[in-house]
Design a protein around this ligand. Sequence first.
Ligand code: SAM
Length: 340
Amino acid sequence: MKFVTNKLQKSDNPDTRLVDPFGREMNYLRLAVTSRCNLRCLYCMPAEGIPLNNRDSILQFEEMERLIQIFIELGVNKLRITGGEPFVRKGLLGFLKRVNKFEEINSINITTNALFFGDIISDLEQLKIGSLNISLDSLQKDKFFKITRRDEFGIVIENIDKAIKSTIPVKLNMVVLAGINDDEILSFARIAKDNLIEVRFIEQMPFSGGPDTESIISADHIIDILQRQYPLLYEQSLPNSTARIFHNPGYKGVIGIIAGYSRTFCSSCTRLRITPEGMLKTCLYDRGAVNLKEMLRSDKTDLQIMDAIIMAVQNRAKDGFESQERYSRNSNLSMAQIGG
Ligand code: SAM
């Protein structure tokens, strides 16, 4: 691994902090380790999948580890591992164990479809996993098949059960799809009654072709459905969280709403993303600000890479609307290629 030791100490030099023009300090890095996935969710990927990357076109684990070191110097202390489906990447557990040793990283979160972690849940319990975010869009076997185009409902439910029984905090993510699973909103919310988990409803975003924007079910509409059923529902959201958090008296768990399409949380967003191909994105809706893979593979020093990252953050758009406007072309990319 190439790590140049003339690194700056972030505490010594305020210029190495990642502060955007709106005063938001980036401390959260979302790293997509693959764009491959073992499901074909109809809102995320075409039935035939997306073009496969060859091994060289995606970041190697050593490269990701070098980048994590660099981002730590720049103030990042929280990681999310995503994809594609992260657990389809060979060697992921070893990578997670190595990343776990970075003292400055307080929590490693993982977003997954729950198909592959059943046998390694006790290994995951040894790591500082802040949350395991599990995607599940239906509680009905047939509908699960219709949405994911794969007959894997049984194993997913079994593994979700294992995760809930483990010591790892679990968030269950449901993308609300008009006319497909919106009739299950209350069934999903009820999971939070007896389980100490966060059940989260996500607005569908117009990636991968997406639906026309009029048929997207808005966060406000979802909240309205919940409030009608649970009149005592009250909000207690955390700063810098993408999710608005609601409590229902008597429920062990909580309900989260993520307005990914309405983009009401941009003003407090402190997240950066790295795509499987090593592109740094300062917003989900942007085109990519720095080709980190190219820099890593072309003898650039850590300081040069840091400078490029700092400049990208200094040029960060105000919100997802401005990003989209600047780069108006993202709508055909799958979230698996961006890192969901
Ligand atoms: N394979 C993992 C999983 O299933 O969670 C991680 C990657 S997946 C792309 C991450 C998240 O993005 C999932 O919760 C998925 O439902 C969500 N997602 C994908 N496409 C989306 C879209 N068009 N709108 C909203 N959420 C989307």
